[in-house]
Design a protein around this ligand. Structure first.
Ligand SMILES: C[S@@+](CC[C@H](N)C(=O)[O-])C[C@H]1O[C@@H](n2cnc3c(N)ncnc32)[C@H](O)[C@@H]1O
Length: 270
C-alpha cells in the first residue's frame, strides 16, 4: 500500500465531514457501544465517530507514526495492527468502520469478511470514488491535465482506487445483509487569501512532484513520450497557478464523491 504522510491526511480530510453527516445515518452512531475504525491514520474519521457516538472508539492502524497523532485525541483508544489479521476477538465491537482503506488494499472482500467476524452488528466503509472527481479552475488547463493524470494513475495503480459504486457488491460478496449506500460529496475550494498549504501545493505542481511520486503507476499506463508530455503540461499548469496566485485571481473547486456503504452482520462467519 502507498504510504500516507500525516500532512497529506490532515490536508485532504479537512472539511470532509464539516457540512453534512447525513450519509452516516445508516451507521446508527448514537446506538453504538464500541466501534473499531480500521486504517484510522491520524484519526480523521475516528474523531467524527467520537463526536457522534457515545461508544468507545478503538483506532487500528499498521503505521505507528500516524497512530501517535490519533493517540493525541484523548477520546480514542489506539491499537497497532493489520487489517488483514485483526488482533481482536469475534463480536468484540458492534460496528467496524474504515475510511479510504479498502480502495488502497488488494482483496477488499476478504477484508470485509474479517470485519464481519469482529463486529456483532454492523460493518461500514467510506471510500472515495476517484474516477468521478470533478475539478473547475481559473487556470484553463488545470481540470484537463489533472483528469489525464488521474485516469492514467487509476489505470496504473494495482488496487481499486475507484471502487465507488462497486462497493455494495463487495459487501454482498462478503456475506453482509441489508446493504445500503449513501453518497457524500467533499467539496474543496481554493480562493484568496491563500494559506501556506495552497502555496506549497502550487509549488509542487510547478515542480511536477506528484507525477514524480506516482511515476511507477503512471508509466504502467503511459509511454515515455506520453509521460513526458503530461509532465510538461502539468508543470506549465503549475506555473500558471503560481502566476494567478501572485495576482490574486486563482480559484479552484474540486468535488470528490465518497460512498458510504453499511451492511449488517448475518449468521456466524466462516
Ligand atoms: C488513505 S489512509 C486513510 C486514513 C484515514 N482512515 C482517513 O480517512 O484519513 C489509509 C490508512 O490505512 C493504513 N493501512 C494501510 N494498510 C493497512 C493494513 N494492512 N492494516 C491497517 N492499516 C493499514 C495506512 O497506514 C493509512 O493510515
Amino acid at each position: 500500500m502507498r504510504e500516507f504522510s500525516p500532512e497529506y491526511l490532515t490536508h485532504t480530510r479537512r472539511g470532509l465531514w464539516a457540512d453534512s453527516r447525513a450519509a452516516l445515518t445508516p451507521l446508527s452512531l448514537e446506538d453504538r457501544t464500541r466501534i473499531l475504525d480500521v486504517g484510522t491514520g491520524t484519526g480523521e474519521f475516528a474523531q467524527v465517530l467520537e463526536t457522534e457516538s457515545p461508544g468507545e472508539i478503538i483506532c487500528l492502524d499498521i503505521d505507528p507514526e500516524l497512530l501517535t497523532i490519533a493517540r493525541s485525541n484523548a477520546g480514542l483508544t489506539p491499537i497497532i495492527g493489520d487489517a488483514t489479521q485483526l488482533p481482536l476477538k469475534s463480536d468484540v465491537v458492534d460496528l467496524v468502520t474504515c475510511q479510504a482503506l479498502l480502495s488502497n488494499l488488494p482483496n477488499p472482500v476478504t477484508i470485509l469478511r474479517r470485519f464481519a467476524r469482529v463486529s456483532s452488528e454492523l460493518v461500514a466503509a467510506v471510500e472515495p470514488d476517484n474516477a468521478a472527481v470533478s475539478v473547475t479552475s481559473t487556470v484553463e488547463t488545470e481540470a484537463e491535465v489533472e483528469r489525464r493524470a488521474r485516469e492514467a494513475y487509476i489505470a496504473g495503480v494495482r488496487t481499486d482506487i475507484a471502487l465507488g459504486d462497486r462497493l455494495p457488491t463487495a459487501f454482498d460478496k462478503a456475506g453482509l445483509d441489508d446493504v445500503v449506500r449513501r453518497r457524500h460529496y467533499h467539496r474543496r475550494t481554493t480562493e484568496p487569501p491563500y494559506d501556506d498549504t495552497v502555496l506549497k501545493a502550487a509549488a509542487r505542481k510547478a515542480h511536477g512532484t506528484a507525477l514524480r511520486d506516482h511515476h511507477t503507476e503512471l508509466r504502467r499506463e503511459l509511454s515515455p513520450d506520453a509521460y513526458d508530455t503530461l509532465r510538461r503540461d502539468w508543470r506549465a499548469m503549475g506555473r500558471a497557478v503560481i502566476d494567478q496566485i501572485r495576482n490574486g485571481t486563482y480559484r479552484r473547486a474540486e468535488i470528490i464523491p465518497f460512498d458510504v456503504v453499511v451492511g449488517r452482520v448475518s449468521s456466524p462467519q466462516q
